[in-house]
Design a protein around this ligand. Structure first.
Ligand SMILES: [Zn+2]
Ligand SMILES: [Zn+2]
Length: 142
């Protein structure tokens, strides 16, 4: 059976569809995720590129170059500003989806790891059972 999930931005102009299981699911407390979400962490759900389709609306994108000198390109709704996903230079075959943007059941995937733990707020405890990286993960899972 194929596992299909859909989601989108807050104004509903932008919609996407994912097929199958994600390749990687991380909670990330890097400064980029914090700025992008306005929150303490982002949830990154990575799929193979071909498993994600943007089914409605027109994405706007913004590319920035990280401290490591590699680009991150976020995709967001030009109307409401919700970031629904991104692509990374170092994971060219992956499409990242912002984990909070899925329709119900929003958190259907299993969280595997917590990355950039060094910049998480002190009051945020990391749940048991996750792989924890202080900074960027050493392996990409490929
Ligand atoms: Zn929108
Ligand atoms: Zn991050």
């Amino acid at each position: 059976m194929t596992d299909v999930h859909v989601g989108g931005c807050v104004c509903d102009a932008l919609r996407y569809r994912t097929v199958g299981a994600p390749r990687r699911v991380s909670a990330c407390a890097c400064r980029w995720c914090q700025k992008r979400t306005g929150s303490a962490l982002g949830i990154s759900v990575y799929f193979d590129k071909h498993a994600v389709s943007f089914t409605r609306g027109k994405l706007k994108s913004y590319r920035l170059v990280s401290d490591a000198g590699r680009w991150i390109e976020s995709a967001f709704c030009p109307n409401c500003g919700t970031t629904v996903g991104w692509t990374l230079e170092f994971l060219p075959d992956f499409q990242g989806i912002a984990g909070g943007t899925f329709d119900e059941p929003a958190f259907w995937y299993r969280l595997e790891r917590f990355v950039y733990a060094r910049s998480k707020p002190d009051w945020l405890a990391i749940p048991d059972g996750l792989e924890v990286c202080q900074g960027m993960p050493a392996s990409t899972g490929r």
